[in-house]
Design a binder for this molecule. Sequence first.
Ligand SMILES: *Cc1c(COP(=O)(O)O)cnc(C)c1O
Length: 368
Amino acid sequence: MPRPILATVHPDALRHNLQRARDAAPDAKVWAVVKANAYGHGIERCFDALRAADGFALLDLAEAERLRALDWRGPIHLLEGVFEPRDLELCSRLHLWHTVHCTEQIDWLAAHKTQVPHRVFLKLNSGMNRLGFKSAAFRSAWARLNALPQVEEISLITHFSDADGARGIAHQVAAFEEATADLQGERSLCNSAALLRFAGQALGGSQNLAADWVREGIALYGGAPDHPEKRAADWGLQPAMTLSSRIIGLQSLQAGDTVGYGSTFTADAEMRVGVVACGYADGYPRHAPTGTPVMVEGMRTRLIGRVSMDMLMVDLTDLPACGMGSEVVLWGRSSSGAVLPIDEVAYAAGTISYELMCAVAARVPFSA
Ligand SMILES: *Cc1c(COP(=O)(O)O)cnc(C)c1O
């Protein structure tokens, strides 16, 4: 028998979550963001469930090639644009739309020989200060692109730094409206958090914030972008990934006994401990502390002691029916249907669901 750890992708949940985006922004087109191998789920495993999206957004050219190899003929958007001039040849050949966020990318386009004019998304740095042209440079970048025979259509894009948090997006929306006021072209502003929280808000003219294209990542996979303020279930989202394993060993403790490396956990009474075939070499966060939720046979319990490379320990004291071979869900859905939200595990470990999904290790087999 192989080691019992397993990651399972739930296509029904992906479909459901995509529909939630449609409900939140009925007039917008939806990019399914599938960067980082579909947030660790696997592009090929998700493709069928997500092909109802209007397009796919990612940033790795090899992943764009994989989507075309799946015979996806619709839009693919490179969110960071090209990394060097010759990438433009692939954009021409595979009809990739691409973000333009800096003058170098315009220079490369101007020098690019192509029969196929490109669709580009000119990126405004509306305050995040990661990628994009500042407001003062935005118009001249637009004018330069507009004069290029290599460019067929210019759309307008920006990205929010605080759509999930207290600062919010108003200052960036204002910057976007001002910088783009009289420019033609489709608009794209919202990530998952902005889509769920603000999609209906007004954006100049007759548009709302969802505008022409929303870029949905984490919510597709069932993560709440604003946990712990809202839970995934509050947004009607279902987990698209389950990480499961089994109990492979048991220990009985007396008061004063310790558990695991560093003896970071000490029993204060008799306890029953289960050993789970899952460790940080599987992508489970090593810094998850005692108390991090774990589900055994669909019932919640807690991790105890330090996570080791291949194993972690859980408290089975109050779960007497659980023992060798019991199903353990690290996050996702148990076979009984009970859900342990990945957001809760991430939160306990001081990180976000995105990081856990993306970190599932190559040695973990996937089903579905
Ligand atoms: C990753 C990414 C998204 C998706 O963000 P989520 O929070 O996962 O919805 C949207 N836009 C850009 C530019 C991104 O890089």
